[in-house]
Design a protein around this ligand. Structure first.
Ligand SMILES: *Cc1c(COP(=O)(O)O)cnc(C)c1O
Length: 362
């Protein structure tokens, strides 16, 4: 029997066991081709099938219709912090940013290296325990775009709904909650996500870009960072990260087979409710970091009221194969990352352990 632990890592993170097993079966001899997907040309007919299917399944899950292109890019989400501004922020205009944690702070800083970018809101004074509501900032109707981070992986907060930006295109770092719930893509100029949280393995960044914005991409940009050039070549301008795209495609196909985004939303709600229920029902033994209206269904950040118990909890958890529960060093405490691919069985083991730990140490 293969030994599998309960993986609550913030990223790279859990992948569906069925996907890992299929990759293992297909690794040496991909569908009777006599070679591995790792070894074949990215211009081959077989890889083309993999690439096209992954693109189509992601497009169907994201609902891109004929308004947005799906791109596969390199460099992770952090490279997109700069790439977005390089493509969408023309000289003489300014971009707007909502800052709700470390990643959005970095996104703003990278944009400011490229041009003019202004912070409309920051949750820093609240220790990033919340996301803003519509009334907390005013949209600049002249802005080139409005950037936000839909799920704050480190702080454990998540926008219940996208910000309202009028005619200003939204740009969203969806690295840690893409495909965790349905979205209406219409107001989005760009959505981007490093794959290694909710989509697949590290090495590919998925970008959905609205076609009418491609004309902003100037020819002075490096070709591989130019959305218009990448779109024109279906992300095959140079060698794409073929293995990461292949696995991301398998994860997307499985998501569709398991009922799509409506079904995964229900599963994610149930999983998050189970853990928040333990925190809220612990009589103050545990305390959640995020304000209840801003709670993330992907990353649950919490503490033991008695902080001294946290190392004890982590050690006991490790003994039960519960892994990845240490909070980010900037927030401290505990964090359970429960992305799409973390199974309900792992949630139940964690919930019962947390209840039991509180009983024994409370
Ligand atoms: C992990 C993460 C990043 C960084 O992603 P890389 O692919 O490592 O560059 C950026 N934004 C968010 C919201 C993240 O969770």
């Amino acid at each position: 029997m293969t030994h599998r632990i309960h993986n609550f890592s913030a990223g790279p993170s859990a992948l569906p066991l069925e996907v890992l097993e299929q990759v293992q079966r297909d690794l040496v001899d991909y569908q009777d081709s006599g070679l591995s997907i790792l070894e074949m040309s990215h211009r081959s007919a077989i890889y083309d099938g993999v690439h096209t299917k992954a693109t189509e399944d992601l497009a169907s899950l994201l609902g891109t219709g004929d308004t947005h292109d799906i791109l596969f890019m390199g460099g992770g989400a952090r490279t997109q912090f700069a790439t977005v501004a390089m493509n969408l922020l023309p000289e003489g205009s300014s971009a707007s940013y909502l800052t709700t944690g470390r990643w959005s702070e970095m996104a703003l800083a990278e944009a400011q290296k490229q041009g003019s970018a202004r912070e409309l809101y920051s949750s820093a004074e609240h220790g990033h325990d919340r996301v803003p509501s519509t009334g907390d900032y005013s949209v600049d109707p002249q802005a080139a775009y409005l950037h936000y981070t839909s799920n704050n992986t480190i702080a454990g907060t998540q926008y219940p709904d996208p910000p309202q930006s009028g005619a200003v295109p939204l740009v969203c770092d969806m690295s840690s909650d893409i495909l965790s719930r349905p979205i209406d893509l219409a107001p989005f100029g760009v959505v981007y996500a490093g794959a290694q949280k909710n989509l697949g393995p590290a090495g590919v960044t998925v970008v959905a870009v609205r076609r009418d914005l491609l004309e902003r991409s100037g020819s002075q940009l490096p070709d591989t960072m130019n959305y218009a050039k990448m779109a024109a070549k279906s992300s095959l301008l140079n060698t794409p990260p073929v293995f990461a795209i292949y696995i991301t495609g398998l994860v997307a196909a499985k998501l569709i087979a398991d009922g799509g985004l409506e079904a995964v939303t229900k599963r994610n709600e149930a999983k998050a409710n189970r853990i928040y229920g333990v925190i809220d029902g612990s009589g103050g033994f545990y305390r959640g970091h995020a304000q209840p209206g801003s709670r993330s269904r992907m990353n649950i950040t919490f503490r033991c009221s008695n902080h001294d118990l946290e190392p004890v909890l982590l050690e006991e958890a490790a003994g039960l194969d519960l892994s990845g529960l240490k909070g980010h060093r900037s927030v401290g405490g505990l964090r359970a990352s429960i992305y799409n691919s973390v199974p309900q069985t792992s949630i139940e083991v964690l919930a019962q352990f947390l209840e039991d730990f509180a009983r024994r140490h409370g």
